[in-house]
Design a protein around this ligand. Structure first.
Ligand SMILES: NC(=O)C1=CN([C@@H]2O[C@H](COP(=O)(O)OP(=O)(O)OC[C@H]3O[C@@H](n4cnc5c(N)ncnc54)[C@H](O)[C@@H]3O)[C@@H](O)[C@H]2O)C=CC1
Ligand SMILES: CCCCCC(=O)/C=C/[C@H]1[C@H](O)CC(=O)[C@@H]1CCCCCCC(=O)O
Length: 267
């Protein structure tokens, strides 16, 4: 089990919702945490709140839009200057916006790739790094389709595929870095209001009742429950390439088929 005392973590989308919960559980377990978010006001307020609760200088906020390469790189350098190292990197920032779908891809998928490559470059043993762990936040919608949000679904399938491929690369090439994904069902955060917003859902608003019925099938999780899942993926040294599915009735590591299950067809 990886001990978190003295480790340095980075969490994107940390100003509210799941990111805030992830940052807090890492602080509670002894890590220092760099908070990254596009929302500067909420981020700075959270920095003050966390430093008061967990000790001065345990946390610092960096304003970053994960869809900007430059902002991400500049912040990473500042984090290294302040904290000296990065051991844990959680790519959590994400949005639902089917209307501005290219923006959604740039944040949910490209943002995860940007953060992962920055972290990997620093952590990789072949570059003189100390190893570490990266956790990418996907969704249950990265394992099965959510009809109301095809672009969101595509980005989350992308996050799962990217994570699994890179985890395999890390194993084969011995990077010394573990890369895992989280796939929670609905979680009680401001994000789930998006399903009722025409601004964000656009042409798929007619499917709102369908999503509502799914929410009955997958009752919302609380941030604190999902945060325990992050801690597991960070601490358990045996996990690389793992996808943790989390639902109200329990969590589990997803078993992916070794062979493609298929029904034969005549061609
Ligand atoms: N709430 C839910 O039902 C579920 C959420 N997720 C995923 O969890 C992650 C976090 O979601 P929530 O906490 O629910 O959302 P949220 O909307 O409560 O928080 C998202 C945070 O990300 C920040 N953010 C948005 N765009 C950004 C950008 N370009 N750069 C930096 N920060 C940015 C926001 O300012 C906000 O602080 C997302 O990736 C989401 O897809 C996964 C499964 C379920
Ligand atoms: C271990 C199991 C994998 C099971 C995958 C699964 O159950 C997928 C379910 C989806 C189903 O195809 C139809 C759905 O809508 C399910 C996804 C529910 C997504 C909740 C995501 C919420 C969010 O990201 O905001």
């Amino acid at each position: 089990m990886m001990a978190l005392q003295g480790k340095v973590a980075v969490v994107t989308g940390a100003a509210q919702g799941l990111g805030k919960g992830f940052a807090e559980i890492l602080l509670q377990n002894g890590a220092k945490v760099a908070l990254l978010d596009i929302n500067e006001k909420a981020g700075k307020e959270l920095e003050t709140q966390f430093n008061e609760a967990y000790g001065a200088d345990r946390t610092h906020f960096y304003p970053v839009d994960v869809s900007s390469d430059q902002q991400f790189k500049d912040a990473f350098q500042k984090i290294l200057s302040k904290f000296g190292q990065v051991d844990i990197f959680c790519n959590n920032a994400g949005i639902i916006n089917e209307k501005q779908w290219e923006k959604t891809v740039s944040i949910n998928l490209c943002g995860v790739v940007r953060g992962t490559y920055l972290a990997l470059e620093h952590m990789k043993k072949e570059n003189g790094g100390q190893g570490g762990v990266i956790v990418n936040v996907a969704s249950l919608a990265g394992l099965g389709p959510l009809a109301q949000t095809p672009i969101y679904t595509a980005t989350k399938f992308g996050v799962v595929g990217f994570t699994r491929a890179l985890a395999l690369a890390s194993e084969v090439a011995n990077y010394g870095v573990r890369i895992n994904a989280m796939c929670p069902a609905f979680v009680r955060t401001p994000l789930i209001d998006s399903f009722n917003s025409e601004e964000q859902i656009g042409q798929f608003m007619g499917l709102a009742d369908f999503t509502r019925s799914l929410m009955e099938k997958f009752p919302s999780l609380e941030v604190e429950e999902v945060s325990k899942g992050l801690l597991l993926l960070v601490k358990d040294d045996s996990l690389n390439g793992a996808c943790l599915a989390m639902m109200r009735d329990g969590a589990g590591l997803v078993s992916f088929p070794k062979e493609i299950p298929k029904t034969p067809v005549a061609l």
